[in-house]
Design a protein around this ligand. Structure first.
Ligand code: GLN
Length: 560
């Protein structure tokens, strides 16, 4: 463990807590601060502690917490890790997302192994020690100058108490190497015509009851905080006025690092932790992205077909990947959310008439499958750029089997146990598994990419590595039939030969990926397949990349 002296080498731990309301954007604030520290040449990682009892979000319905994000090492994690990777362009791992379930599981396992030597196992110190261990693991080996730990939930929640207690202990044990940022809401009361500081005062009082004095307040607000409001917050909450940071609503999450820089959040953090402000901020690539993102030369529309479209957080990484690829191609990508259950033979043409590309989303289970297949038929027959991800790719295989190979009852055995033509089938390694949590084919696997294919052109390499999260797979028994009829595997796993990408040569852009490219798209490195797809959509809209014409009329001209 690091000494309490605050030596130059010690990893610094920054905790981000939230008060007053949920959904204030702790993840974005954490990622923005990390971005600013990284731009100063520091090594930074971010961790999310989730107070729920599930071991991980892998078994959670997306309606609960939105998308389940997957890391290279196969951890199924909170979607905030996606923000961390997209902002920092640095990979995360299982260690970056811990839940109460995981903490308790590890303590209980130790208890069963007799490691507590007969003592009573308690929240304090055993659970809090395990929390502290999970935080400090990231600081081991001097891999990082800063570990930013975001505590999920809102201060005062029963379930987040052990985390706040762990923060209190770490503040006490390492006063010079730790810091607490508390994110609150300063609401505007229309009737009074005023911003109100009381909820923040109460929230800080609550933290104080648990023995934690925040060092910095980040105040989410719809209007600028005046000097007098800042002074008031400083006075009531025992922080310096320079440590009252305004976080005003932004047009895009990608503005937040610059807004935090204007408020000098990074400088206040460095000062409080006694770290020298070395070097200038290098944010060139970030600013270049922002410039392109904010000044597109036209709009395109992509239809996103899925069954969770009411909750757009379910497809967070896909939407962000559109933003990255759109900026790279000089266009704004508008997403048309299409519920897969609504797509039918008699409405499919009108439903997609104004879209320049169709993406069929990942998913599980049978709901909305027919609509997905119908959307794919429309894209294939009408030469509309199509991108299928995971279940979306599997549906493309089913559609092709039914409508091109004439295997009318072809299906995935996930949806129909006894189909005569199981063109998508359970992977060998998945057979006989009973546990649902953490047992899918998860994380990064290598993929050979065929030269001359869309994927080959997009990647510019004959090999890539992509993240997976699935149990079912293209059934190799049908490979030759598909190839003969024009659906070609252009990406395969080097050892097993498993089909990872399918394409239809002759179609302007039709690609299904068994993996999830969206997890690897970042601000400074948009994903090659998303780029390829958006380029194809731009061409379909009758625009040229970087010189995109105005949206709607353009497509009408090319499509007649
Ligand atoms: N349900 C499919 C499978 O398990 C696809 C999963 C996904 O889309 N992530 O193979």
């Amino acid at each position: 463990m690091h000494a309490t002296t605050g030596s130059a080498k010690a990893t610094k731990y920054i905790f981000v807590t939230g008060g007053v309301s949920s959904s204030l954007g702790k993840g974005i604030i954490s990622a923005s601060l990390a971005k600013l520290l990284q731009a100063r040449g520091m090594k930074v990682t971010i961790q999310k502690l989730d107070p729920y009892i599930n071991i991980d979000p892998g078994t959670l319905n997306p309606y609960e917490h939105g998308e389940c994000y997957v890391t290279d090492d196969g951890a199924e994690t909170d979607l905030d890790l996606g923000h961390y990777e997209r902002f920092l362009n640095v990979t995360t791992s299982q260690a970056n997302n811990i839940t109460t379930g995981r903490i308790y599981q590890s303590v209980i396992d130790k208890e069963r192994r007799g490691e507590y030597l007969g003592r009573t196992v308690q929240v304090i110190p055993h659970i809090t020690d395990e929390i502290k261990r999970c935080i400090q693991i990231l600081g081991e080996g001097d891999r990082y100058d800063f570990v930013i730990t975001e505590i999920g939930g809102t201060v005062g929640d029963i379930e987040s108490l052990p985390y706040i207690e762990a923060v209190r202990q770490m503040r006490w044990e390492h006063p010079k190497d730790t810091l607490v940022i508390h994110l609150t809401l300063v609401p505007y009361l229309k009737a009074a015509g005023e911003l109100k500081t009381k909820p923040t005062q109460h929230s800080v009082k609550q933290l104080l009851e648990f023995g934690v004095q925040p060092d910095i307040l980040v105040c989410r607000t719809e209007y600028n905080l005046s000097k007098s409001i800042r002074n008031k917050l400083a006075r009531f909450c025992n922080v310096g006025v320079e440590a009252v940071i305004q976080s005003i609503d932004a047009d895009t999450i990608y503005d937040v690092p610059m807004l935090m820089q204007q408020e000098r959040l990074d400088e206040v953090v460095l000062d409080k932790l006694g770290v020298e402000h070395k070097g200038n901020l290098d944010l060139n690539r970030w600013l270049n992205f922002l410039e392109r993102h904010k000044n597109p030369s036209g709009d395109i529309q992509i239809a996103l077909v899925g069954k969770y479209v009411e909750l757009q957080d379910s497809y967070k990484s896909i939407v962000e990947a559109f933003t990255h690829a759109g900026a790279a191609c000089g266009v704004k990508v508008n997403v048309k959310w299409v519920h897969s259950e609504q797509v039918q033979r008699d409405n499919v043409d009108s439903l997609f008439a104004d879209s320049h590309g169709i993406l069929v989303a990942p998913g599980f289970g049978s709901r909305g499958i027919d609509g997905k297949i119908e959307a794919i038929r429309h894209a294939r027959e009408n030469a509309v750029p199509f991108f299928g991800i995971c279940l979306g790719m599997q549906c493309a295989v089913i559609e092709f089997a039914r409508n091109v190979l004439g295997l009318e009852e072809a299906h995935s055995t996930e949806i129909k146990d006894y189909t005569p033509d199981p063109v998508i089938d359970l992977m060998e390694e998945q057979k006989g598994l009973a546990d649902m949590g953490g047992t899918m084919r998860l994380g990064a696997y290598p993929c050979n990419v065929a030269e001359g294919s869309l994927a080959g052109a997009a990647y510019g390499h004959d090999m890539t590595e992509e993240r997976h999260r699935h149990r079912y797979e293209f059934n190799d028994a049908y490979r030759q039939q598909f190839i003969d009829a024009g659906m070609i595997p252009t990406g395969t796993h080097p050892d097993s030969g498993l089909v990872e990408i399918v394409e239809i040569p002759g179609h302007p852009w039709f690609l299904g990926a068994q993996f999830h490219p969206e997890y690897k798209s970042t601000v400074v490195e948009p994903h090659p397949l998303f780029r390829g797809f958006i380029q194809a959509a731009v061409a379909y809209a009758g625009m040229t990349t970087d010189q995109a014409a105005q949206p709607n009329g353009a497509r009408e001209q090319t499509q007649g």
